[in-house]
Design a protein. Structure first.
Length: 368
């Protein structure tokens, strides 16, 4: 699952340590169409390499490679390597498990962080809980036979985790789908993950289908003459975080033929605004989406009485991405939704332009 908070000093130290590229690839076999954070190819000795760059939003100059060797090959001295294909993987992000499931490798997920939050029944019942963030159970990760650890981070790479995994002889790779600002960029990481299991061709075919359907929907949405204004999120403590214009959520809104209400954020990350400013923005929006753990309009109004007069609330145009949620609160939007960009965009078009009821949506629900 997505749980990661790292100390700023570690972020700076670990993400500025390789200013000059050490990429050993001389013959590329897969260059992403939309993703920016990975490449697959061969080094000068004919060894296959998955190379990743900058897997954390807003940070730069971090690179990492994982050699995907045949049984006859040996890795360069000190290199991070596995004998591929891997059949036992441990993951920290549910989106990575969903991508493995899409290529028929759900049963290969032997360890996962936050197992009870998974909506995928195979992983929830078969994978072993391995802990969270700085409290990972490394001995358990080793004991369950993990051949490669898929790491994930929001703010920065974790040197402690990498050092501990290295000491235990467990290869690892950061998967940077989270850092991609576009829906198709996120989804394309299925190819990187599939490379670990020798199933790249299946992943490429799956992704190409997603991209074709997504782009067809995007082209159709461009024909709408009315572009609804969209408000995002709800308060966290005393602040309301609004995403950057170059972000996943805002790209979805634009591709669905709508307009993000807070175009002022030109940074690379969400920024906090005051509640008063957020209320002014919300009052100018036609639709309000992604409202956290809110399950009904009554609950939303109880959070703050002033929400009751917001136009999107009075017109009943408030939607949340929590339709597919399990009993523990785990959301499939953050699980399979990261891959199924076309289905998410279809939901967005329906709710933004057609006031869609919940039963016509896949990941979203209309608050009643």
């Amino acid at each position: 699952m997505r749980w990661a908070i790292y100390i700023l000093a570690l972020i700076i130290a670990s993400c500025t340590s390789t200013p000059k590229s050490q990429n050993p690839i001389v013959n590329t076999c897969y260059t992403p169409q939309y993703a920016t954070g990975f490449e697959i190819g061969y080094d000068s000795e004919g060894r296959k390499v998955l190379w990743i760059t900058d897997p954390c939003q807003g940070l730069s100059h971090f690179e990492q490679g994982l050699y995907l060797l045949t049984p006859e090959q040996s890795a360069p001295k000190g290199a991070n390597a596995i004998v591929a294909p891997a059949s036992k993987l441990s993951v920290l992000s549910s989106s990575h498990a969903a991508m493995l499931d899409a290529i028929g490798m759900a049963e290969a997920v032997v360890g996962a962080s936050g197992v009870r939050y998974y909506t995928n029944n195979t992983i929830r019942t078969c994978a072993t809980e391995i802990g969270y963030d700085t409290a990972l159970d490394y001995e358990r990760i080793k004991a369950i036979g993990t051949q490669v650890m898929l790491l994930y981070s929001v703010y920065g790479v974790d040197n402690t985790a990498m050092n501990k995994l290295s000491q235990l002889g467990i290869p690892y790779i950061y998967i940077g789908d989270y850092a991609e600002p576009t829906p198709l960029g996120k989804a394309e990481w299925i190819v990187a993950i599939a490379a670990l299991c020798g199933r790249e061709q299946e992943a490429i075919e799956i992704f190409n289908g997603i991209a074709e359907r997504y782009n067809a929907l995007k082209a159709s949405a461009a024909n709408y003459t009315v572009r609804p204004k969209v408000m995002l999120n709800t308060p966290y403590r005393d602040s309301w975080f609004m995403p950057a214009v170059e972000s996943y959520a805002v790209q979805l809104i634009a591709d669905a033929g709508a307009e993000y209400i807070y175009s002022q954020n030109k940074s690379h990350q969400s920024i906090p605004i005051s509640l008063e400013q957020a209320l002014l923005l919300a009052s100018a929006a036609d639709v309000w989406i992604n409202v956290g753990n809110i399950a009904s309009l009554a609950q939303l109004k109880s959070e703050n009485p002033r929400f009751a007069t917001i136009p999107a609330v009075t017109s009943g145009r408030v939607y949340n991405n929590t339709k597919r949620t399990n009993n523990a609160g785990g959301s499939d939007f953050w699980e399979s939704g990261a891959l199924n960009a076309d289905i998410v965009l279809d939901d967005m078009i329906k709710l933004l332009h057609h006031n869609a009821p919940t039963d016509s949506l896949h990941y979203y629900k209309r608050l009643e």
